[in-house]
Design a binder for this molecule. Structure first.
Ligand code: MSP
Length: 646
């Protein structure tokens, strides 16, 4: 593997919902790092993608009455469009439903199975029928209520396939201790070691299709699909040619960085290394976990209503300002609070004032006194010029080490400090005075020096603000393609700007944001749950989650008969798509049996069975009624039984 390989990945995002600022952050961060490494001359490869299998996606699809594949195909576009808008330069985008990924997952599973690294075992667990979720004993409180809905659960014996993860526990502990760069920042390595103080069990890598069918089928047992995390983690190698393109794989693997949020540390720092170890592959160099964006001081959450949509922010303030804020504001590793006020304040101070001012001043003097071209620095450099040069070249060194030590916000601070030094330089050298006094040589040196500072500083800003920094460089006379890229050698040398190059005024790059007109995109910090609307006619309001606890389905009435000695009851046999059921319904005063047979009705399919007049009823049909009348809720049109209603 060549030494300058730089392979960086983001987590692959679930396609159960549209992207939010957290997803945008990891991807912008990875993109910024990829761009810096290209600038440093590294052979860079940047991978992102989507995680498309598993329960979350299946559930989202059910709620939207789509097939899981339709859910994936519609949601993946939201991610791809956002990455395009945010100028993300990924080299590949992997979707776990693609055949190129699925076949590698299956090959790995088969190989591990053949080598006895995966085995089948039966174990006891608890299943919540309404939630359709399986829990092992260790997940549960006393009495085994469902951790989600609190209802009693069924105890079941289930057979599954397990990966022998536990056998690697000591190896992993030693590896983490021997390789301090492996998990970063260091406190995350300690967190993982803390987790590894408990015995490490084997990892269940299958789900019976009877519970969850949306996944990659196990190659050695068609009744099961692969556990979504086992499938997802493999993306980091399936995308770079593992078992399909050896040359590519040799070139790219091991990855330089897996960038992740702190929420998915264990899967990356425990599951993934043990999987790789079992496959006989080298470990990624660094798993880097960043902190969370909090909204004010709270976690982002749909039910609180404070989820920040990155598309809205980028649209309102510009993509580059958005990227700049994300990178400048977060200290990598720590949680950071996002508020629109701090966004606007940083924008106005650092971009509109400091950077925008420096550019405007340079261009103004070059246009009015330099013949709209970069002048030649005819007067020799004095102390002021040397001080400016030092500030700017120090920023290059600092940005380089900030990139290598994952402290991008500190690198940006150094760049902005040099921008302010540029403004101070102009104030001290007062080019307007030099012009008045007719000191043309000195004026030329001042304009040249300030422009040269801008060439270097805008080059350092390219990875963070690709469009605006490019425009700055074009205004200094670079052709578009040259303006869009820079290399560290060019940035580390003073005096590369060629006198005589024509300059162009790009207009105001960062117009000030009127603070009074702002603050509409992001919900205010500390947003409390939206207060409930006044109850309607004394009815308690429920959230949508409560509503979806009832699983409503279409059902076709196959048979109906009166229940002896019960005037009001009909016994119905219904078709629920995947199964046939009996329900007992109090509709006999309003419907004759033959009137309901053949109708497609709506039933609550996850009610606990009840005994009504000695007959088992498995569900409840929906009807509209008052004292005098009752009408069944039926569907409009010819729909098959078993569809979700909601
Ligand atoms: N599909 C898994 C990852 C599999 S990787 C093999 C997953 N997907 S996710 O859609 O839930 O994305 C999680 C990632 O989004 C986090 O690890 C983090 O990178 C990013 N963020 C989600 N919320 C975030 C914040 N509030 N703040 C910062 N980033 C967070 O987990």
């Amino acid at each position: 593997m060549p030494d300058n390989n730089f392979y960086i990945t983001t987590p692959i995002y679930y396609v159960n919902d549209k992207p939010h600022i957290g997803h945008a952050y990891t991807t912008v961060l990875a993109d910024t790092l990829a761009r810096y490494h290209r600038l440093l001359g590294d052979d860079t490869y940047f991978l992102t993608g989507t995680d498309e299998h598993g329960q979350k996606v299946q559930k989202a699809a059910d709620q939207r009455h789509m097939t899981p594949q339709e859910q994936c195909d519609t949601t993946v576009v939201r991610f791809q469009e956002l990455w395009k808008k945010l100028e993300i330069t990924n080299d590949d985008f992997i979707r776990t439903t693609e055949p190129r990924h699925k076949k590698i997952v299956q090959a790995i599973l088969q190989d591990l199975f053949d080598r006895g690294q995966i085995y089948k075992a039966e174990y006891e667990g608890h299943y919540c029928v309404p939630c359709e979720r399986f829990f092992t004993a260790k997940d549960l409180a006393e009495g085994n209520p469902c951790p989600d809905c609190g209802r009693p659960m069924d105890t079941i014996l289930e057979a599954n396939y397990f990966f022998k993860m536990g056998q690697y526990q000591q190896w992993l502990i030693d590896y983490i201790k021997d390789n301090p760069d492996f998990i970063q920042p260091p406190f995350r390595a300690n967190e993982t070691l803390g987790f590894l103080r408990q015995p490490l069990g084997d990892l269940c890598v299958s789900r019976p299709k009877s519970r969850l069918a949306w996944g990659i089928e196990l190659p050695f047992d068609p009744d099961y699909v692969c556990y979504v995390w086992f499938d997802a983690l493999v993306n980091y190698i399936s995308a770079v040619g593992y078992l399909s393109d050896d040359a590519k794989f040799q070139k790219r693997w091991p990855a330089s960085y897996h960038l992740i949020g702190k929420d998915i540390l264990t899967t990356h720092s425990v599951y993934w290394p043990t999987m790789l170890k079992a496959m006989g592959l080298p470990m990624p160099k660094t798993i880097f976990a960043h902190g969370w964006w909090l909204i004010g001081s709270s976690k982002m959450s749909k039910s609180v209503g404070n989820v920040v949509n990155p598309m809205d922010l980028a649209e309102r303030y510009g993509v580059d300002a958005f990227r700049y804020f994300l990178i400048a504001e977060m200290t990598l590793g720590q949680d950071t609070s996002f508020t629109e006020e701090s966004f606007v304040a940083r924008y106005n101070t650092e971009l509109a004032n400091d950077l925008g001012n420096l550019l405007n001043r340079v261009l103004k003097f070059a246009l009015s006194h330099g013949g709209a071209a970069i002048p030649s620095p005819t007067a020799p450099y004095g102390d002021e010029e040397k001080e400016l040069q030092k500030h700017v070249l120090d920023a290059v060194t600092e940005m380089r080490s900030a990139v290598l030590s994952m402290q991008l916000n500190r690198g940006l601070e150094a760049v902005m400090a040099a921008v302010r030094a540029g403004n101070r330089y102009i104030e001290r050298r007062a080019p307007w005075k030099l012009a008045k006094e007719g000191k043309a040589d000195e004026l030329a040196t001042v304009i040249y020096s300030a422009a040269e500072a801008l060439r270097i500083l805008s080059g350092l800003l390219l990875p963070v603000m690709p469009e605006k920094a490019k425009t700055m460089r074009m205004s200094l006379g670079f052709a578009e393609t040259e303006a869009a890229t820079a290399d560290i050698a060019e940035l580390g040398q003073w005096g590369k700007l060629v006198p005589g190059t024509k300059i162009v005024d790009p207009g105001v790059l960062f117009p000030r944001i009127d603070t009074k007109a702002a603050a509409a995109v992001v919900p205010p910090p500390e947003t409390k749950p939206v207060p409930a609307a006044p109850p309607v006619e004394g009815v308690a309001l429920i959230g949508v989650d409560d509503f979806f606890k009832a699983k409503l389905k279409t059902a076709k009435v196959l048979e109906a008969e009166k229940v002896p000695k019960a005037d009001k009851l009909l016994r119905l046999q219904i078709d629920l798509g995947a199964e046939r059921r009996q329900i007992v319904a109090g509709i006999a005063l309003f419907y004759k049996p033959e009137e309901v047979v053949g109708k497609t009705i709506v039933v609550v399919s996850n009610l606990k069975p009840a005994l009504i007049r000695g007959l088992e009823s498995n569900g409840m049909l929906l009807a509209a009624k008052d004292d005098k009348q009752l009408r069944l809720i039926t569907v409009d049109g010819d729909l098959p039984p078993g569809l979700s209603v909601g």
